[in-house]
Design a protein around this ligand. Structure first.
Ligand SMILES: NC(=O)c1ccc[n+]([C@@H]2O[C@H](COP(=O)([O-])OP(=O)(O)OC[C@H]3O[C@@H](n4cnc5c(N)ncnc54)[C@H](O)[C@@H]3O)[C@@H](O)[C@H]2O)c1
Length: 464
């Protein structure tokens, strides 16, 4: 059952009598309709009344209204204003640009800007690689989207994608000191997106593609990787794959199985599922069955596109056909990046002993994690209100930190695997258990460990 959380938090400013029981009456009224008070601040006090900001977590807009109505119904209470704290956080956006150099006088100006800057321009014209040394290119990443697959919300377009891209940029800065900037393109045409990114590339040390729908995202990434001399990463693909493969390594340690002996079912063969399968295959699992909305992917299935054709050719040893439920029978691992509520505890019971279930569809997983726990040895989801949250924040900030520090020109699978191992290794043997196969996103050891692993992998590959 969903519980009120900080994602829907409101502050209600109200007037109340200055009686000793006012605070208790307010708290009881909120509690009776299921709200959770997180702060109670008296902002004005008079002989005949107090003005209070009551901050509480709610479930939805309707629930917020129920809470407000319950307070207004109290004798002597008048609601003045209701503020949605999530919207308050977004007023005017979440990012700003600030100068790193002092501009106090003509002397400063002459060096940071004209005439001094001209010599720096000439140096870069003579040696373009110097842009990484002498400009923001050294530490700046473009977060590029066309707004076609925003979170789980679908095709909302570029302007509506901007709050997500701003948030991503803020995370880059917070966790790895990377200066990222949102680039929301007003086109969903593959050629126009590729051309636009090519045209803006000189400013950036890396491109992070974000929330671009499959299968278009595969071609955009592939072509940009061919054209650009800076790394191109699609977080919905590779960020997810890194964290899943790292978490799976630890989950297998918990159940004492080796990946070479495991049959893995990956449900969802879109952006996330395809990248997970491609990375997982480097670990030599006994078999992988890929399942999408049309069932198990196999060589004889009609209408396979380029991506699914590759998946069919590299998975499903016995070329099996069938449904997800059939695929699950005897499987050691389930990884879902597909759709909500596809199966229940009875299907987990048909899996091999000590099965691992990663049900990652957001916001509602393929199976209710509480149900999955009835038979699974390890359960992970994409949700922050359950243990083992598979969250891309564990990967992308440190990954780009490593790429930028290594002055990398491209991304290799060795880097992705190194990042996955680094995340897994942050959970040492002392802390590893069924409820802790991935570190917290707030573990300050994660981003430096990932960055170091990626930097070393880049240095081992002179072409990268
Ligand atoms: N860290 C995380 O937890 C994490 C990361 C990435 C994606 N996800 C979640 O995974 C899901 C997929 O993301 P995506 O970007 O790959 O989407 P996508 O649209 O690119 O791919 C979705 C895939 O799911 C399949 N699918 C849809 N309905 C299905 C059904 N009923 N049965 C079997 N397969 C079905 C589709 O055929 C497709 O292959 C989303 O819910 C997303 O939020 C979670």
């Amino acid at each position: 059952m969903p519980v009120p959380g900080p994602g829907y938090s409101i502050t209600i400013r109200l007037e109340a009598p200055p009686s000793a029981t006012a605070a208790g009456d307010i708290a009881s009224a909120v509690g009776r309709v299921g709200g959770v008070i997180t702060a109670f601040d008296v902002v004005e006090s008079h002989a005949d009344r107090i003005v209070v900001d009551v901050t509480c977590n709610a479930l939805s807009a309707n629930h917020a209204k129920d809470i407000t109505d319950a307070l207004e119904a109290l004798p002597g209470v008048a609601v003045r204003k209701v503020s949605d704290r999530t919207f308050l956080v977004h007023l005017g956006g979440k990012l700003e640009v600030s100068a790193k150099v002092a501009l106090r006088n003509r002397d400063d100006l002459s060096r940071a800007y004209t005439p001094g800057v001209a010599r720096v321009c000439q140096a870069i014209a003579a040696n373009p690689e110097d842009a990484r040394r002498l400009t923001i290119k050294r530490n700046t990443v473009a977060v590029v989207t066309d707004g076609s697959a925003v979170l789980g919300l679908g095709n909302l377009g570029p302007a509506a994608a901007l709050p997500v891209m701003e948030g991503k940029a803020a995370l880059f800065k917070k966790f790895a000191g990377v200066d990222a900037w949102p680039v929301c393109l007003d086109t969903q045409d593959t050629e126009e997106i590729i051309r636009a990114v090519e045209l803006i590339a000189p400013v950036y040390g890396g491109i992070n593609l974000e929330d671009i729908a499959a299968p278009r995202c595969f071609e955009i990434e592939r072509r940009l990787r061919q054209k650009l001399n800076i790394p191109v990463f699609h977080d919905d693909q590779h960020g997810t794959a890194i964290v899943v493969v790292g978490a799976l390594r630890n989950a297998l340690r918990v159940v004492g199985k080796s990946i070479e002996d495991c049959r893995v079912v990956v449900c969802g063969v879109g952006a996330a599922g395809s990248a997970i399968i491609r990375l997982l295959l480097h670990k030599n699992p006994a078999d992988v069955l890929a399942v999408d909305v049309d069932g198990i992917v196999h060589n004889d299935r009609p209408g396979l596109d380029e991506n699914l054709g590759w998946i069919a050719a590299h998975t499903n040893r016995d070329n099996r056909s069938g449904t997800l439920r059939e695929a699950l029978v005897g499987a050691d691992v389930f990884i879902g990046v597909s759709a909500p509520n596809l199966f229940g505890a009875e299907q987990v019971a048909t899996m091999a002993p000590d099965p691992i279930v990663f049900a990652l569809a957001n916001p509602d997983p393929e199976i209710d994690p509480i149900e999955a726990q009835q038979h699974a040895a390890v359960v992970a989801t994409g949700r922050s209100d359950f243990p083992n949250q598979i969250n891309n924040v564990l990967a992308f900030p440190g990954f780009f930190r490593g790429l930028l520090d290594a002055h990398a020109h491209s991304i290799t699978d060795a880097m992705l695997l190194a990042a996955a191992n680094a995340i897994a290794d942050v959970v040492d043997g002392e802390r590893l258990n069924a409820s802790f196969v991935v570190p917290s996103v707030f573990d300050s050891a994660v981003a430096p460990a990932v960055a170091e692993a990626v930097r070393r992998a880049a240095e081992r590959d002179p072409g990268a």
